[in-house]
Design a protein around this ligand. Structure first.
Ligand SMILES: Cc1cc2nc3c(=O)[nH]c(=O)nc-3n(C[C@H](O)[C@H](O)[C@H](O)COP(=O)(O)OP(=O)(O)OC[C@H]3O[C@@H](n4cnc5c(N)ncnc54)[C@H](O)[C@@H]3O)c2cc1C
Length: 470
């Protein structure tokens, strides 16, 4: 680090062991799960208390050095890549569930708690925290809050913002903000809690949060349906919702993804299937049984040539792995895997997948699509090689056109992965110049010196929306 005085100050706060600045340490924090982005930080600090976080922020502000908060680094929008250098602040040592309040049905926890471990703790007392990102065995609740993470249960249960009702955050100048709490109702002033959820580390560092919990569903049933074509799957999704069934999970894989998953996981998927729907319903035994049977019947009526109903937890896990394994399976194919999350209103699902396939052909790039069918949240995933600059250019053009297509269908550039640095250039396409102006105004109030996660959300340079359609 170029500033030894600052490094001394940081070591004095967190202790020498928790201030990392060897080349190997800096390299380890120079990237996250997003391909194509890398930059080494000046140093990494891992504070052990909220007071230490506040003291680190004061030092950073005094020296005007950027701060990049980090959980497990599983985000897919370059949200934790320190592209302006500065300090990466790891929140992983703050990893305690402080309270599970069964009477109020809330839990209060620190940001470094791993999502799946939190699920286990609350489920052990019959409570349920639904947000379940595919990365949940590694991701932290702090990262989930900062990205407003979704997951496979989003259609029925919503996403992170639907559960976070209170939080503590350290602001850019080191002040500690305490907002919300355990109240089921609270309309005192602007909703700063919701403002923080999805703020991607640009407004402050979340050091504690309170989530509302719901009763753990008694039981669940899982089924998988295979279709000859995409249209049958898409029509089934529309009919399931029209039948007033809100499934706990309604996921989709296209043929290209099915082939790759089967090659990887060997779960007996028919690789000739044009599309696959993975369905789950939870609730009482009667409700789960009734709804899964109704969904299976709808799929058959819409041309599913095979519907499998899981008979026990082992079979259920096998069926779920068709979806959970998708990214790992695709990642084996080529050195670089770029996963996006263009999202459209549910009824445009089939049209959007067709557009993605057309665009992939136009730019001669390999894109498989899977995602949360019930939410219209698609993950077009490109297998490529970042060393091939010419191909990467075509991949970028293809994704630009995919975002444009999603917006034209009334959709958005990201349904759950966040804007980060990777999609900052496209934010104005979605929210307009007035939207950007207001968001920048909010950012300036919280972070007048632009130290918190610079380059994220707001583009250094906006992308001009000039898309040539064939
Ligand atoms: C295989 C795989 C599957 C995935 N599946 C899903 C999915 O189904 N749904 C989904 O929504 N996402 C998914 N993701 C994306 C990612 O896992 C989520 O965005 C997750 O919430 C990130 O958590 P993290 O702890 O890794 O955060 P990080 O990646 O470390 O950080 C994410 C963002 O949060 C900020 N941040 C982290 N901690 C704090 C804090 N305490 N205070 C303030 N800001 C903070 C960071 O600066 C960054 O901007 C997936 C990723 C992978 C690799």
């Amino acid at each position: 680090m170029s500033n030894p005085e600052m490094l001394r100050a940081l070591k004095a706060i967190v202790g020498t062991n928790w201030c990392l600045d060897t080349p190997a340490d800096l390299m380890a924090y120079s990237y996250d799960a997003t391909p194509l982005y890398q930059h080494v930080p000046d140093a990494v600090v891992v504070p052990g208390t909220v007071e230490e976080v506040a003291a680190v922020m004061k030092v950073a502000e005094e020296h005007r050095i950027p701060i990049v908060p980090r959980g497990s680094g599983t985000n897919l929008s370059a949200g934790t890549v320190p592209t302006s250098g500065g300090l990466v602040v790891g929140l992983n040592r703050l990893n305690q569930v402080k309270e599970i309040d069964q009477e109020n049905m809330t839990a209060t926890f620190e940001p470094g708690v791993v999502t799946a471990k939190f699920h286990q703790q609350v489920e052990a007392v019959g409570l349920f925290y639904p947000p379940d990102p595919g990365s949940m065995t590694i991701s932290t609740l702090g990262g989930n809050i900062a990205e407003c993470a979704g997951g496979l249960r989003g259609l029925k249960y919503g996403v992170t913002k639907d559960y976070i009702i209170g939080l503590q955050a350290v602001l850019a100048d080191g002040r500690i903000l305490q907002i919300g709490g355990k109240n089921a109702k609270d309309v005192a002033g602007y909703d700063l809690v919701k403002l923080f959820v999805g703020s991607e580390g640009t407004l402050g560092l979340v050091t504690e949060a309170t989530a509302r919990l719901i009763p753990l569903p008694e039981t669940r049933r899982t089924a998988l349906a295979m279709f000859t074509d995409l249209t049958g799957a898409a029509r089934s999704v529309s009919r399931i919702i029209a039948a007033r069934i809100i499934p706990a999970t309604l996921e989709f894989l296209d043929n290209a993804t099915i082939r790759v998953v089967e090659d990887y996981a060997r779960i007996g998927l028919n690789t000739e299937a044009g599309a696959l729907l993975l369905m789950q319903q939870d609730g009482t035994e009667a409700v789960s049984e009734r709804d899964i049977a109704r969904m299976a019947a709808i799929c058959k009526e819409e041309g599913a040539f095979e519907v499998r109903l899981a008979q026990d937890p082992v079979e259920e896990a096998a069926l779920m792995s068709a979806r959970r394994a998708a990214l790992s399976a695709l990642a084996r194919k080529k050195p670089t895997t770029i996963l996006e999350d263009a999202t459209v209103p549910r009824k445009h699902l089939a049209e959007m997948v067709e557009q993605i396939n057309r665009i992939a052909r136009k730019y001669s790039v390999e894109i498989c699509t899977f995602g949360h069918a019930g939410d219209g949240n698609l993950h077009p995933t490109c297998m490529t090689d970042e060393r091939d600059r010419e191909e990467i250019h075509r991949v970028e053009q293809a994704f630009e056109e995919i975002f444009d297509a999603a917006l034209r269908l009334g959709g958005t550039i990201t349904g759950e992965h966040g804007v980060g640095e990777a999609k900052a250039g496209f934010l104005e396409w979605r929210v307009g110049s007035t939207g950007i102006e207001l968001m920048k105004g909010i950012k300036a109030v919280f972070d007048p010196h632009h130290l918190l996660n610079p380059g994220k959300l707001f583009a250094r340079e906006n992308r001009r929306r000039v898309v040539v359609r064939s």
